[in-house]
Design a binder for this molecule. Structure first.
Ligand code: AMP
Ligand code: GLY
Length: 428
């Protein structure tokens, strides 16, 4: 099948801006549109005001605009069955159906698969009632991890340092903190080590591993403060040595892809495996059924392969034998957030971006939570506002360039971590 001539990208974040930019770079020169997009994506391609969770609206848009391919960014439309609806129309889609999205939407479902197929992961137990959960806690010393079963925008996990904290988390979650998402919980043993993100493009039993990456989940420098969606990322993650990567593929990636297929799920999309590199070996923390944000902003600029060809091959079931080409350069992405994120933060603050010509080489500013106000000014419109990514021959140069661009962004409420990449830089 020739490559599609028109593509709809669904989503509104930095991840989707990076996807749009990479797809625009395809030699096939497709027409790209996005829904709903953001102020930066709208400068690159036409954006349509259909929300990412409006399934009938997105289906109607795909038909009206006669797109030949849909690429879905976020987890919510995946879990709501957007892909199932589009496939009924005969439209090729990159992203799993609702059955595959369940790997992210239900942590209990995923844990059962991991345990059944003996894929390394932390020991866990599942509960619907407070009393048995508290009894179980008495036999598991803190630190211990309490997780809501369902989607909770990255806030449904508590790594409890004391038994009191663990008990409070159990009561909170089962008490309805996230509604139906926390009507069931997992209590999981704590894993220790460095975390890495392994993105895998999957098509049934075929897969292509994307370059390694590490995220920075905490809001503060030195990995302090509350968890966020991710404050910055870099690729490659050198903590994953070639030998370790081979082990990750052998013990985790291949068995995961096989297990999902054995479960009868025809998964065509990104399997994002969150890993803990424990002293005993790599262990699965979670699966996501989509590209990571901000990992994608650091991974895609390193691909020398046409992203459109890769995603199209996966969607069409033609991924077998696909050869991925990766640039030797390092990419580093610093997320600029609105001060206050991940708690309450202001919206509508004016942002002044440096002129593109003044940016350091191979440095770009992906938009996430941005919009235009009634006066046509660029303003903040979300917790994570921009993702500043630089590509360079060393990680240090990528960091220097990304930070120079961050400093040149003017916004009264801008906040970003100063230490993205520091762990790898300091290891040398
Ligand atoms: P999740 O939503 O499952 O990715 O969990 C969010 C974060 O909680 C992870 O990125 C880890 O930092 C932490 N976490 C989750 N599970 C564990 C675990 N078993 N041991 C230690 N940390 C964990
Ligand atoms: N950066 C982590 C995520 O996308 O869930």
């Amino acid at each position: 099948m020739p490559l599609p001539k028109s593509v709809l990208v669904v989503g509104a974040g930095g991840r989707e801006h990076a996807l749009v930019r990479a797809l625009l770079g395809s030699p096939a020169k497709p027409r790209i549109i996005c829904a709903p997009g953001n102020a930066g994506i709208a400068e690159d391609v036409p954006c349509f005001p259909v929300a990412a969770d409006d399934i009938p609206g997105l289906v109607a848009l795909a038909q009206k605009e006669k797109v030949e391919f849909v690429v879905v960014g976020p987890e919510v439309p995946l879990a709501l069955g957007l892909v199932d609806e589009l496939l009924k129309l005969g439209l090729p889609v990159y992203g799993p159906k609702a059955d595959g999205a369940r790997l992210e939407a239900s942590k209990i479902f995923t844990k059962q698969i991991l345990l059944r197929y003996r894929i390394p992961t932390a020991t866990a137990a599942f509960f619907r009632e407070v009393a048995p959960a508290l009894t179980y806690l008495r036999h598991r010393p803190a630190p211990i991890v309490i997780k809501a079963d369902g989607l909770a925008a990255g806030k449904g996990v508590v790594v409890a340092q004391t038994s009191a904290e663990a008990e409070a988390a159990v009561r909170d979650l089962l008490g309805g903190k996230f509604g139906a998402s926390s009507s069931q919980i997992l209590i999981e043993d704590c894993l220790y080590g460095e975390e890495t993100s392994q993105l895998v493009v999957v098509s049934g039993r075929d897969y292509v591993m994307l370059p390694t990456a590490q995220d920075h989940k905490r809001i503060g420098d030195g990995d302090t403060g509350p968890n966020t969606g991710g404050m910055g990322a870099y690729s490659p993650a050198e903590v994953v040595t070639p030998a370790l990567l081979e082990r990750i593929e052998r013990e985790i990636v291949r068995p995961s892809v096989e297990a999902i297929a054995d479960e009868g799920i025809d998964f065509r999309g990104t399997l994002f495996i969150g890993l803990m590199l424990t002293p005993a070996g790599p262990s699965v923390i979670e699966y996501n059924a989509r590209f990571g944000d901000p990992e994608t902003q650091a991974v895609l600029p390193r691909l020398a392969t046409d992203l459109l060809a890769l995603l199209w091959a996966a969607a069409r079931g033609e991924l077998g034998g696909f050869k991925l080409e990766v640039k030797p350069d390092y990419a580093l992405c610093v997320v600029i957030a609105a001060k206050g994120y991940p708690e309450a933060y202001p919206k509508g603050d004016v942002i002044t971006l440096p002129p593109a010509a003044s940016l350091p080489p191979a440095t770009c500013i992906y938009h996430a939570g941005t919009a235009k106000n009634s006066a046509g000014q660029l303003v903040t419109n979300g917790g994570r506002v921009l993702g500043v990514t630089a590509l360079a021959s060393t990680l240090a140069a990528a960091a220097a360039n990304a930070y120079a661009a961050c400093d040149a962004v003017a916004c009264r409420t801008k906040y970003f971590r100063r230490d993205i990449g520091a762990r790898q830089l300091n290891r040398r």
